[in-house]
Write a protein that binds this ligand. Structure first.
Ligand SMILES: CC(C)(COP(=O)(O)OP(=O)(O)OC[C@H]1O[C@@H](n2cnc3c(N)ncnc32)[C@H](O)[C@@H]1O)[C@@H](O)C(=O)NCCC(=O)NCCS
Ligand SMILES: Nc1ncnc2c1ncn2[C@@H]1O[C@H](COP(=O)(O)OP(=O)(O)OP(=O)(O)O)[C@@H](O)[C@H]1O
Length: 221
């Protein structure tokens, strides 16, 4: 979701040593020149979406993707399989590092169906007018472009209804920080490490899956 300050929340979680898998970060990494998602995007959108240095011209791509649902479906198809694989790989990596709680920071949690596989859904909430105003101020874009970006995702009020925990970010960043501290204390504390038996049962399949996905990534399939 745009401009709810999830980046700020993610930073705070990482500072508190909570394992975070950041979908936006991964989405940027999987479209590096030469990678399969990059090739698919160029094949679908043509060379107009390339910057002079051969990387994606994200601004040009954003202008097309957020104005047109068909173009958005195309970029989703080109990138989402690779984003999901890398998210899975990172989750397994955290798991193998004995992290019991992993936070998936993804703007498309409900739209992509990932919500069905998580234990707790946290939504960082700001009302639509505040969201739009912050987006315009941060990205220096026109109100129409800001609205198109917001409309490309599920309505925030609906997301709020579907959440188990809502972090209200209408107030100051300091207020939000306090709410995130509470979230960590109440829901994200590592707790007890799994028993040795559980760990043995879980470790080997996890290691095999992680190795397979790493090989997949390494071979750039
Ligand atoms: C269209 C692109 C090039 C625009 O890049 P830009 O640097 O301007 O934005 P950035 O990647 O930082 O995304 C900012 C926000 O846009 C929203 N957003 C991005 N892609 C999408 C999408 N396909 N559908 C809905 N919202 C999206 C998210 O809220 C995200 O947090 C880029 O967002 C992209 O490659 N999107 C497709 C991959 C994707 O779905 N990413 C979302 C996370 S999985
Ligand atoms: N509580 C707040 N008070 C004032 N400004 C805020 C607050 N929270 C976020 N902002 C501002 O809103 C903008 C969006 O925040 P941020 O970039 O962290 O959001 P984001 O959810 O990561 O956005 P996006 O998904 O669009 O990348 C930033 O300019 C940030 O400084």
């Amino acid at each position: 979701m745009y401009s709810r300050s999830h980046s700020t929340v993610t930073r705070q979680l990482r500072e508190a040593d909570v394992a975070v898998v950041d979908a936006d970060e991964i989405a940027r990494a999987v479209v590096a020149p030469g990678l399969p998602a990059f090739r698919r995007i160029v094949a679908a959108f043509g060379p107009d979406v390339l910057a002079p240095d051969g990387t994606l011209d994200r601004k040009a791509l954003a202008a097309r993707v957020f104005a047109d649902p068909a173009a958005r479906a195309t970029i989703n198809k080109a990138t989402h399989p690779y984003i999901r694989l890398e998210m899975l790989r990172q989750m397994l990596s955290h798991f193998l590092c004995a992290k019991r709680v992993v936070v998936l920071d993804t703007p498309l949690l409900f739209e992509s169906g990932i919500a069905n596989y998580v234990n707790l859904i946290v939504v960082v909430y700001v009302s639509p007018p505040v969201q739009k105003q912050r987006l315009i101020a941060r990205d220096l874009i026109e109100p129409l472009a800001a609205q198109q970006r917001i409309d490309s995702q599920m309505n925030i009020e609906k997301k709020k209804q579907l959440a188990n925990v809502v972090i209200d970010n209408e107030g100051s960043l300091a207020d939000t920080r306090v709410r995130v501290d509470l979230l960590i204390e109440q829901h994200l504390s590592p707790g007890l490490f799994p028993t040795a038996v559980a760990w043995t049962l879980l470790f080997w399949p996890g290691l095999f899956a992680y190795s397979g996905l790493s090989l997949f990534k390494w071979l750039k399939l």
